[in-house]
Design a protein around this ligand. Structure first.
Ligand code: DAH
Length: 339
């Protein structure tokens, strides 16, 4: 029996020296010290021993149990330390390592300017209206007093889809759509994309943006138009900005004007930005033509209105001193991050 006990001690010691996981350790403990373990089953045979031998074997068995238990505790501790070290190594963070840079997105300059424009007009009581980019010839030209073979059609190189359907060349058709559906007083702006078959260069693009404005009510005058545009120009380009109206012709307004603002760069004395003129053209405007009102069943004897069409690209180029329109479409992050 002594031999058996020493054998248990020897084998337990050997196995414990090879252990590498807590689970293996548990298995060894159960196998040698458990209720059905080897040590227990040896002790079960104690009944066959003489009364003198019994305490001797009992003491030896206890010593071996204690010995194995202590070994198990030691191995457990070693395993714990190894595990901790492995964890520390794998979860190591170099706090001196430079962080990963994240770039913050920004609004596109056209969006920034459009936001400013909307803000100014909303502040004056205008509402925002929208219309389709694929438009009927009727709304883009006909109802705007521009019949087929009218010379004004030539200056707007139109993308036709069919004879009657086109990509709108201006935001003016939204005026008609609004007037057909609503009665005065009307005070709207319509921002949107427009299309013309133009070659790309520093000041042209086949797709660009306009903001249309329309006011129709009783007693609306040219004075109201000028006052409104002054407020707009000064909010965008500064309090000292002046505006100037030059007589012009649009089929849908009478009288019509092209509107200049005093140069945002030099204030009017003449510089490179305004090509020495002191003024920069930013929009077309006029009093809504009586025929246009009539075609929308608004009585021109009772109501009058003004309208204007503003180039958003040109305004953005002025507002941010951009000298090439192509920069607005190329999406070069080095350019866009400046705003
Ligand atoms: N639609 C014109 C264009 O694209 C701009 C314009 C001029 C709009 C006069 C108007 C206006 O509403 O009254 O060139």
């Amino acid at each position: 029996m002594k031999e058996q006990l020493y054998d248990i001690k020897r084998r337990a010691t050997e196995e414990l020296s090879k252990i590498s996981t807590i689970q293996d350790l548990d298995a060894v403990r159960i196998r040698f010290l458990g209720k059905k373990g080897e040590l227990t089953s040896v002790l079960r045979g104690m009944g066959a021993l003489s009364p003198e031998e019994r305490p001797v074997i009992g003491q030896l068995a206890n010593e071996i149990r204690t010995f194995i238990e202590e070994r198990i505790d030691e191995v457990k501790k070693e395993l714990g330390e190894k595990e901790l070290e492995r964890k520390l190594r794998s979860e190591y963070i170099d706090v001196t390592m430079p962080g990963r840079r994240r770039y913050l997105g920004k609004k596109h300059p056209l969006t920034l300017v459009l936001d400013e424009i909307k803000e100014v007009f909303i502040g004056m009581g205008f509402e925002i209206a929208e219309g389709p980019e694929i438009e009927l010839d009727y709304y883009n030209f006909e109802a705007l007093n521009t019949p087929k073979n009218h010379p004004a059609r030539d200056v707007q190189d139109t993308f036709y889809i069919t004879d009657e359907i086109l990509l709108r060349t201006q935001t003016s058709p939204v005026q008609v759509r609004v007037m057909e559906n609503r009665r005065p007083p009307i005070r709207i702006i319509c921002p949107g994309r427009v299309y013309r078959s133009d070659a790309v260069d520093a000041t042209h693009s086949p797709i660009f943006h306009q903001v249309e404005g329309l006011v129709v009510d009783k007693g609306v005058t040219m004075g109201d138009l000028i006052g409104t545009l002054k407020v707009f120009a000064r909010s965008l380009f500064g309090e000292k900005t002046e505006i100037r109206l030059r007589p012009h012709h649009f089929p849908f307004t009478e009288p019509s004007a092209e509107v200049d603002v005093s140069c945002w760069a030099c204030g009017g004395s003449g510089c490179r930005v305004c090509k020495g003129e002191g003024w920069i053209e930013i929009l077309g405007a006029g009093m809504v033509h009586p025929r246009v009102l009539e075609m929308c069943s608004i009585d021109p004897e009772v109501y009058s209105g003004f309208a204007f069409g503003l180039g958003v690209e040109r305004t953005a180029m002025g507002r941010f001193n951009i000298d090439d329109m192509r920069l607005l479409y190329e999406n070069d992050i080095r350019f866009l991050s400046q705003f």
